[in-house]
Ligand binder design. Structure first.
Ligand code: ARG
Length: 761
């Protein structure tokens, strides 16, 4: 073991520093020669085809996408067992819990297939294949086209390609843009919907450290949960049925419980959601100065409001657990990102790239005519949009994307009005009946008292921050309610049909559009929605799109020998590098792994975030680690490596050089929170839970012997000495796109609401 480390250290000290800087979420089907040489140099013993192949089973067949990009999971047995993060199963586990039988709090472990719990509305997709469709897509556009025409033509072509490749409805197809519309790839998936919960640790393990430790290293969180895919008797996707059987995968990952050492090669395959590595200096300025502070304040106010009720009421605490966790995750993300962008002065780095770009294009008549206007058009976009950023962020985050009734009342009210305008009685009935599913979904996790606190606090905050051009309903608030959000809320929550399920059901027995129009929730919501939509129309997005498309094309033309990695876009990517510690601050160097001893150091049973259950404390104190201890007799909990992941990658397997799982990725570190915009080789680390800690918890704490016995174990192959890889140009640079505000992922109803929250990792 020692010798191996020595060789590895020698090897790495001979490599150029750039080789250790592992930026790049590489499209799994496009690993190039540079990647392959570099990966082999770092310790990969597999071929490109063993990672991704459409003809034979490969690693990609063991990697799954959860809920269309929310998270990643991996198949770890021949019976369709899936490992992912605890925070990826969180919502599902919450839904299966009650205050009396709280699986989220206490954990759950099925001791047989029969005990596994069906999860509603959970989808798991396998990637069948990727196809380069750049030529097809770009054949329908030309340089002279307006952006609107371009978008239309591309959308039509994409629809056509998708329709032609579903294999009679067997597959789901997505055509995705890469490099800001310079390349297009078609992703073909097969999606399963009978998914069952196999087990999850208690929250005190799965979310140990809570929001305090979130986005931080050193970490001691057992962030994993276990699911199983069920299929029909032909191994095909099917809706839930008792007759379904565990899915037989094309490939699954064996487990390496010998663990990783510093310098060891690892790679991660998964579905990173979004990065903005090509963002310009102007975009960074806008995020740091205007957008992020507003986002942080609104999200923070929402969290405080929720917490004030959750702290007092166990029912609400459970009901709002997942919403709270994901909002808190986003809130802390923006705080960290802002801090990182400032501290690392990312804006100056980006400005340097822009200077180089300008120098390059000025040196040549052709490039000048092609890209001469590029940066200016991006700058124009930011200048034109800038005056609205603050107002638009508060408008959406405190308005239509604020209190939960807002989006619901806007859509439901609109839908009811449309249905009532229908003259045919039968059609009206049918229309009203079709609303039931959305109504049930909304009220299932809705507490009006809690939402009222949110509404009052966000409305008050909004009025403090924005004094001009408010949504129209504020005029009524001023006139009739003396500007008191509380007075308006009191009346609203007493009368509105959109904040009380019984009231709404009763109203739907004899619905009327007039009543909707007078409903205080609908009045506020429809006005807030129109206000937010108006900002959308003021956003000169097309200028941005065109500018970025040219900028990224230009950057690639400028450095033809550099391997550029595309921004994340919820497609399957590979990132690779080595297990590596880092210097976090002056005089502070963090080790590359944590152990169970640290759990006991952090233990504080008076603080809900740092509770250690007695049984776990006892196992740790007695060092009852079984085969999961390392050579030093410690139980490793988490480790860090210099890989490049982001939200959506959560739950991805950490794979060793031979294709075995050694951990599950779940987070990034605080010092490099600007990493989605600029990768920081010295600072940025992926945080993963060690598979040994996962299996220790399953076996010793959760009693899941049946589960650990289902896995396949391999012995680590002794390391072979390899010659250092040929020096390759460092992977480049960075950069793109502001996060235009996106619709919130709401269950049920559709929202056109701008809300920016990063996807869960
Ligand atoms: N930061 C992690 C991510 O984005 C989520 C961790 C969830 N844990 C928590 N305490 N909220 O994937």
């Amino acid at each position: 073991m020692k010798r191996t480390i020595y060789i590895a250290v020698m090897l790495f000290s001979m490599l150029p520093a750039s080789l250790l800087a592992n930026e790049g979420m590489w499209l799994v089907s496009l690993l190039n020669r540079m990647n392959e040489a570099e990966m082999k140099g770092l310790g990969l013993n597999l071929t490109k085809e063993e990672i991704y192949s459409i003809n034979t089973a490969s690693l990609k067949d063991a990697i799954v996408r959860l809920n269309y990009g929310q998270c990643t999971g991996e198949v770890v047995s021949d019976k369709g067992l899936i490992f992912t993060n605890h925070h990826c199963g969180y919502d599902a586990i919450q839904t299966l819990s009650t205050v009396e039988n709280n699986l989220l709090l206490d954990g759950f472990c099925a001791k047989s297939f029969a005990q596994e719990l069906p999860i509603e509305n959970f989808k798991i997709s396998f990637l069948v294949r990727i196809e380069d469709v750049t030529k097809d897509m770009l054949s329908v556009v030309s340089d002279g086209m307006s952006e609107t025409d371009r978008d239309k033509a591309l959308a039509a072509k994409s629809k056509e390609l998708s329709a032609a490749n579903t294999n009679n409805g067997m597959y789901e197809v997505e055509v995705k843009s890469f490099f800001y519309g310079n390349e297009y790839y078609m992703m073909v998936y097969q999606t399963f919907s009978d998914i069952r919960l196999v087990g999850n640790p208690p929250e005190s393990v799965g979310k140990f450290g809570g929001d305090t430790d979130n986005w931080m290293w050193p970490r001691h969180t057992g962030d994993f949960s276990m699911l199983r895919i069920y299929a029909d008797k032909n191994n095909q996707p099917a809706a839930y049925s008792k007759e379904n059987v565990p899915y037989t995968p094309k490939h699954f990952l064996p487990v390496n419980i010998d663990g990783v050492e510093e310098g060891d090669f690892t790679m991660i395959m998964g579905f990173p959601g979004r990065t903005s590595r090509y963002l310009t200096s102007y975009g960074i300025e806008q995020a740091v100065e205007t957008r992020n502070p507003a986002l942080i304040e609104c999200l923070g106010t929402k969290l405080e409001s929720w917490k004030s009720v959750m702290d007092k009421d166990a029912r609400v605490r459970l009901m709002y657990a997942a919403k709270y966790a994901s909002t808190a995750n986003g809130w802390k993300y923006y705080i960290g990102q802002t801090r990182g962008l400032k501290r690392l002065d990312v804006k100056s780095d980006k400005a340097k790239i822009e200077v180089d770009f300008t120098k390059w294009l000025n040196g040549n008549g052709t490039t000048k005519s092609k890209y001469g206007e590029t940066l200016k058009s991006i700058q124009d976009y930011y200048n034109e949009w800038d005056p609205y950023v603050k107002a638009s962020t508060y408008s959406s985050m405190c308005g239509i994307g604020g209190a939960e009734f807002m989006a619901f009342a806007a859509e439901m009210g609109e839908a009811i009005k449309q249905i009532m305008a229908e003259t045919d009685e039968a059609k009206r009935k049918e229309g009203l009946a079709s609303l039931q599913a959305d109504i049930d979904a909304h009220f299932k996790e809705y507490d009006a008292e809690t939402d009222k606190v949110v509404f009052v606090n966000l409305t008050t905050l909004y009025r403090e921050r924005i004094t001009a051009d408010r949504p129209t309903w504020h005029a009524m608030l001023d006139e009739k309610y003396k500007g008191s959000a509380m007075a308006y809320a009191n009346k609203l929550f007493e009368t509105s049909v959109f904040v009380n399920k019984d009231r709404l059901m009763k109203f739907l027995e004899k619905p009327s559009a007039k009543v909707v129009d007078k409903d205080l929730a609908y009045i506020a919501a429809s006005s807030a929605s129109a206000h937010a939509m108006n900002f959308r129309s003021l956003n000169p997005q097309q200028k941005f799109n065109k500018g970025m498309r040219q900028f990224v094309a230009g950057l690639r033309e400028m450095s033809p020998n550099k391997a550029f990695a595309p921004d994340a876009n919820s497609t399957m990517r590979v990132t690779y590098g080595i297990v590596d510690d880092y210097k976090a601050a002056d005089a502070v160097r963090y080790d590359f792994y944590t152990t169970a001893a640290g759990i006991m150091e952090k233990r504080d049973n008076s603080n809900p975030e740092f509770v250690v259950p007695d049984k776990l404390a006892e196992l740790i104190t007695k060092k009852d680690f079984g085969r999961y201890a390392n050579a030093k007799g410690e139980l490793p909990t988490c480790f860090i490596h210099n890989l490049d992941i982001t939200g959506g990658n959560s739950g991805s397997p950490v794979i060793d050089g031979d294709g075995n799982i050694v951990g599950i990725a779940f987070d990034g570190n605080w010092e490099a929170m600007s990493g989605d915009i600029a990768f920081e080789p010295e600072l940025q680390r992926t945080i993963s839970v060690d598979i040994r800690y996962v299996l220790f918890v399953v076996e010793k704490l959760m009693g899941g012997k049946n589960i650990v016995d289902e896995l396949k174990y391999v012995k680590k192959k002794p390391k072979v000495e390899v010659a250092p890889a040929p020096a390759v140009a460092p992977v480049v640079a960075p950069v793109v796109e502001p996060a235009p505000v996106k619709a919130p992922a709401k269950k049920g109803a559709v929202t056109k609401t701008p809300v920016a929250e990063p996807k869960k990792k």
